[in-house]
Design a protein around this ligand. Structure first.
Ligand SMILES: Nc1ncnc2c1ncn2[C@@H]1O[C@H](COP(=O)(O)OP(=O)(O)OP(=O)(O)O)[C@@H](O)[C@H]1O
Ligand SMILES: [Mg+2]
Length: 448
């Protein structure tokens, strides 16, 4: 009988060897298949990662875009408030363009820190003091990049505006640009101190020339270019800019001259920095009064027409090279508008012209036309003064002169009421209020 032997029994009883266990399954894949599988897995993970990354980037992009448009929306909203606040009467069709213009300007405003301005002005050294007006002292400065600037320190006791309001005004004024307006470059806030930084005008202000504070002589051609430039700058402020601005203080010292003696109107919009304060006018009122339109001085009616009146006075000053009021002169010459009117009535207007300019020579017809325009600007009835676009057209002979001047109203400090003059003492009785709807009737110095 065959012995049945248990397989285990064939193994030596001791020591027990570990048994090798063979895995039984699918036959091992060929090496090539294995490789392509692992490649597929790698590709799968790579693509997955890539899709995830792209999704994250898209989400990030959308998020940033939302933030940006939110910020822009806020800026435009605040500009909108500004527009409403300053009685912007921009026509609706211009509104969209206006808003874009403003939001663009919001990005371009410059801020100067006090240290930079101290360095530029040698710590506001008196030698750099250009002058001091009703708003505070103005210093000449030079920035590190060589640019010349005029730094205006606003009077602390008057500029009570908060930072936000101040910056809003700066943004607004910075965005108003024209070749005949001095550019506001930026501003600085240091504690309560508010400072404005303007482009520097090499030939300073027109008063220095026409009031004989320097030897500079301007011939008729140069004077005409100055008159025309001021008219264009004012036209822009009154009619063409997206925000209508009444300057309120058109006078020789606010006309700055560049290196070619081309004029730029300075200080436009400056009164906006003094919302609560009306006294800024009175600080220099004695000097400014001769430029002030009667309806503004008496009844506080402030419209563009008040600027046009001041422009008329300024034109006469430029042509005659003298101040509007000079009590050292013989009686009939003391008040320039009054004197001009007398000469007009006598048909001797050429007597008004600066003798030096006469020597130099000019075309009489052109000068006469300019004096006529000035007299129209001095019309006692505000609504009958020509708007600035018409002034420009008249000066350049683009339209014919049809209106005739009327005796201007002027301040008569001599109070000769018995004489046949319209002084401001009696003008308010003589002429009723002329503010009509459609004109910017800004309640007395409170347009803000
Ligand atoms: N951007 C400028 N470039 C060169 N000089 C300037 C500039 N701005 C002002 N000035 C000079 O500084 C002087 C003082 O200017 P400021 O505006 O303070 O006084 P104002 O024009 O006489 O009076 P107001 O305060 O009524 O404007 C001016 O007369 C002018 O000569
Ligand atoms: Mg000024």
């Amino acid at each position: 009988m065959a012995n049945m032997v248990e397989p285990d029994s064939l193994l030596p009883s001791s020591p027990v060897m570990p048994r090798r266990v063979l895995q039984v399954g699918a036959p091992p894949a060929p090496k090539e298949n294995q490789n392509s599988k692992s490649h597929r897995e790698e590709l799968f993970f790579l693509l997955g990662g890539l899709v995830l990354l792209i999704t994250l980037l898209i989400l990030l992009f959308l998020y940033r875009k939302r933030i940006q448009s939110e910020t822009l929306r806020k800026k435009i909203a605040s500009s909108n408030q500004l527009l409403a606040k300053v009685m912007m009467t921009a026509p609706t069709k211009q509104h969209q363009a206006s808003m874009e213009f403003i939001s663009e300007s919001l990005r371009s405003i410059s801020y100067f820190d006090l240290q930079t301005l101290k360095r530029a002005t040698k710590n506001f050294h008196p030698a750099n003091l250009l002058g001091s007006g009703g708003f505070g002292p103005v210093y000449r400065g030079k920035l590190a990049d060589g640019r010349l600037i005029a730094v205006k320190k606003l009077s602390l006791n008057k500029s009570q505006q908060g930072e936000k309001e101040f910056l809003q005004e700066v943004k607004l004024i910075t965005s108003i640009q024209h070749k005949n307006l001095v550019r506001l470059l930026g501003s600085c806030i240091d504690g309560p101190q508010r400072i404005l930084v303007y482009e520097y005008m090499k030939n300073k202000s027109l008063d220095l020339i026409i009031y004989g504070k320097c030897d500079q002589f301007l011939n008729w051609n140069a004077r005409f270019q100055i008159i025309l430039g001021i008219a264009r700058g004012l036209q822009y402020l009154h009619e063409d800019s997206y925000v209508r601005i009444v300057h309120r203080d058109i006078k020789a010292s606010n006309i700055l001259l560049d290196e070619k003696f081309l004029p730029k109107i300075g200080d436009f919009g400056l009164a906006r920095f003094f919302p609560e304060d009306e006294a800024y006018l009175s600080t220099t009122f004695a000097g400014t009064l001769g430029y002030t339109a009667p309806e503004y001085a008496i009844r506080g009616e402030l419209t563009e027409r008040a600027d046009i009146y001041s422009f008329g006075v300024l034109m006469l000053e430029i042509i005659s090279c003298r101040k509007n009021t000079d009590l050292t002169l013989p009686s009939e010459k003391q008040y320039l508008p009054e004197y001009a009117w007398r000469l007009y009535k006598r048909s001797t207007l050429m007597d008004l012209v600066d003798p030096k300019m006469k020597q130099d020579g000019f075309v009489e017809k052109d000068v006469l036309q300019a004096i006529h325009v000035a007299l129209l600007c001095l019309h006692p009835l505000a609504n009958l003064r020509p708007p600035m676009s018409e002034v420009v057209a008249l000066l350049t002979f683009k339209i014919e002169m049809v209106a005739t001047p009327m005796r201007p109203a002027f301040l008569d400090r001599r109070r000769r009421r018995h004489e046949e003059t319209h002084s401001w003492d009696d003008i308010s009785d003589t002429f009723p209020s002329q503010v009509v709807s459609g004109s910017t009737s800004l309640p007395s110095r409170l347009e803000n």
